[in-house]
Write a protein that binds this ligand. Structure first.
Ligand SMILES: [Zn+2]
Length: 261
């Protein structure tokens, strides 16, 4: 992935089986669409549920970030397109599907998410729950927010001029900021839609914990190696989500302006 502009979603490895595109209207594809389908496979009820869930969650993020941009930035928010797929597909940042997790591609301003991911998240990662899944969508949307704010392009430009360890350290700051923005989203989701139930924030916090680099490396039987971290530790990811949730402020999420990650 070195040099590729794709921004890793949550640092997970998932096996991807076939392709369904999801845009404005998901029904043609759920009815047996063929566009960019590879590897075959049936569209299951679980896939349809994932599509419905992602669609609702994405719409929520659009309303919320439009409001935050009006109030805190003073510009119009341009939401990303979300591509839900099974198997493999192409993005402007390269192929999606070779065992990648969800990611945001700044070149086409699209989020790529595979339908099996939610199952993986809940079964293998111990991070089940609707809100945990919504957190993952919100995290990818947060990368689009960083893109809209001009932060992503600046950080990516610097990453391309430094060595691996420094590049990884910048990646950690990008990812923790996206977690912080996800915390802002969670607070607004609660206020606007009443979508949060007791335990929901804990679900998101648990998801953040399960996908920390140290936890992922330990689960893979490795000793955690901080210089290889690209997303931050479990503790850091939970902490920055909480900072966003509590402060409701883009300015409070300045992971680049602090020594205290
Ligand atoms: Zn990310």
């Amino acid at each position: 992935m070195s040099g590729a502009p794709a921004i890793g979603g949550i640092g997970l490895i998932v096996i991807i089986l076939m392709v369904v595109f999801f845009g404005v209207d998901v029904s043609p594809f759920l009815g047996g669409g063929t566009m960019n389908q590879s590897g075959g496979g049936e569209v299951t009820q679980a896939d349809e549920q994932a599509a419905e869930f992602v669609s609702v969650t994405l719409a929520d993020t659009e309303e919320i970030w439009a409001q935050i941009f009006r109030e805190q930035v003073g510009t119009e928010y341009q939401p990303p397109v979300l591509v839900l797929f099974k198997g493999a597909t192409q993005s402007a940042c390269g192929g999606a599907g070779a065992a990648m997790g969800p990611f945001y591609c700044p070149l086409d301003k699209k989020i790529y998410l595979d339908t099996d991911f939610f199952t993986t998240l809940s079964r293998k990662m111990g991070a089940g729950g609707d809100f945990a899944a919504a957190y993952v969508v919100a995290h990818e949307v947060a990368h689009n927010v960083q893109d809209e704010l001009g932060i992503l392009s600046q950080a990516t430009a610097i990453r391309q001029q430094v060595g691996n360890a420094d590049s990884n350290a910048i990646s950690v700051r990008i990812e923790l900021q996206a977690d912080c923005y996800s915390g802002i989203w969670a607070r607004h989701a609660q206020a606007r839609f009443g979508t949060l139930e007791p335990g929901d924030v804990e679900e998101a916090m648990n998801a953040a914990k399960q996908i920390g680099d140290d936890t992922l490396q330990r689960s893979a039987g490795q000793r955690p190696m901080p210089h290889t971290f690209t997303h931050g530790t479990s503790e850091q990811r939970q902490r920055w989500f909480a900072i966003g949730y509590q402060n409701d402020s883009i300015a409070a999420c300045d992971t680049f302006g602090t020594d205290q990650l």
